[in-house]
Design a protein around this ligand. Sequence first.
Ligand code: ARG
Length: 606
Amino acid sequence: GYWTDPSYPYGNGSQTMASVPSLASTLQQQLADALTAALPDAGTADPLLRRSDRADFQANGILALAKKLKGNPRELAGQVTAALPAGELIKDIEVSGPGFLNITLADRAIVETLAARAADGEGRLGVPLRPEAGKTVVDYAQPNVAKEMHVGHLRSAVIGDAMVNILEFTGEDVVRRHHIGDWGTQFGMLIQYLIEHPGALKHEGGATDGEAAMSTLNRVYKASRALFDSDEEFKARSRDRVVALQAGDPETLELWQGFVDESKIYFHSVFDKLDMEVRDPDIVGESGYNDMLEETCRILEETGVAVRSEGALCVFFDDVKGPDGNKVPLIVKKTNGGYGYAATDLSAIRNRVQDLKADTLVYVVDARQSLHFKMVFETARRAGWLNEDVKAVQLAFGTVLGKDGKPFKTREGETVRLEDLLDEAVSRATAVVREKAEKVGLSEDEIVENGRYVGVGAVKYADLSTSAVRDYKFDLDQMVSLNGDTSVYLQYAYARIQSILRKAGDAVPAAHPELELAPAERALGLHLDQFGEVLAEVAAGYEPHKLAAYLYQLASHLTTFYDQCQVLSADNAPEVVENRLFLVDLTARTLHRGMALLGIRTPERL
Ligand code: ARG
């Protein structure tokens, strides 16, 4: 990841130092122990600890327990309170309502815990590794050879990249798979065209960039398509070419490889624009499973999971029916003997489970493919490739809409080119950055670099900040707005802290647990405490938007804190200045880490 960037002052998170239990988890443990001590026959009971407006936390679990034991909940709550260890964690605890516990933590405990987190030098901020970590394959960023990438591919890339980062950060062994569409009958037409028009893929001047690669591919695609649709003989020759390709004819394969290589140049140029790392060995396209297709079908047929129907090999499902009421099968082998998308995905599952030894498969794919994955996963379960110990999930995402609420298109009704969209975002963002540049003292190079980070960040954040499965409107004006739930708002929050730290002169961030905290300091501190838990939740539920929401709330707490607490004020005692610098510094580090996990950079000056 790029946060190994040497200019980043806080370490790169590659090493695990001490993990620091959150205040919430320590409190949860103490309450659970107190419950067991007060009620030995209650078994293990969950105190159901929640954040609360009335106090820092509320424990609601006693009510249910009292019901179960037929006891008086308020009395029980009193017993639990009495059984809590005398320590420095809790400042105040009271029984309220029918038997809730309202708990206020000691300021000292808050600052000490945060200080332990801050002391974790490697940028992990004390975030514990998840005990349930295993091996996950993430299938994401899967464009198709010889075709333009579209906004759907953008979503898969952005969401998948964030999930990979978060899973790795929480201790998961992650294998990335870019399941690109590099196989299929359309290659017969493309290759045949190339044979009849040698040099069609060549560029003037030799070396090629992504844009040139794509425009050449587009030209070849359109020309061969036109010929295919108008010329019956070319069509027939194209069909023969598919057979040659499938039979592994060397000359045909070499030409096919040319298309794949040319496309990869284009893909990489888009991923570079997205400021995203895509490694070549992780690109295992559909063709990578060709050797397995026959065996996959044989196993499915022999085990009776698939049956012959009208000449095709099919898997049927009771709950998948067409409009006519007849069952719609998953076709694993076509009547003509060809294999399709499903056979490839089933073979990929076998590879990922049996060879890569993954226990979780995550597919970051458009919700419009949900039926396909439902059928593929169910087939794999029937075949025993997936089971209780090996699960597969589709992290399905919705459609990107234009301002008019219809699927995102250009005014001419064409799909929007990703490169154009990113360029536009960067140019708007650069204008925003430029407005403040003089005041901040940015050089032209910094303006250009920041414009890129703000623009690309805006696009990524807009995608990541709503629940993936929902459609969202692509609105660049909103995305680069300085106010509201945008990446640039978070980037400014980070840069503002850096500016305060630079202005602090001799004062350095230092925790002072002996100080009494102002309400806004407590609120900020308690929110900082939740970082690890949010990451664990995001990793377990594949919901990166919850990390975005957490970071946005963090920045909002920071704004309230600035309103109520001066950091570098001459009226402050030196230890108050140091303690506040400590709080904002930890906030900056949390913002930086969280944004990096989302794939978004945080410039030091903005
Ligand atoms: N290439 C496909 C598309 O553009 C997405 C591939 C998704 N992954 C998979 N294993 N089927 O729609």
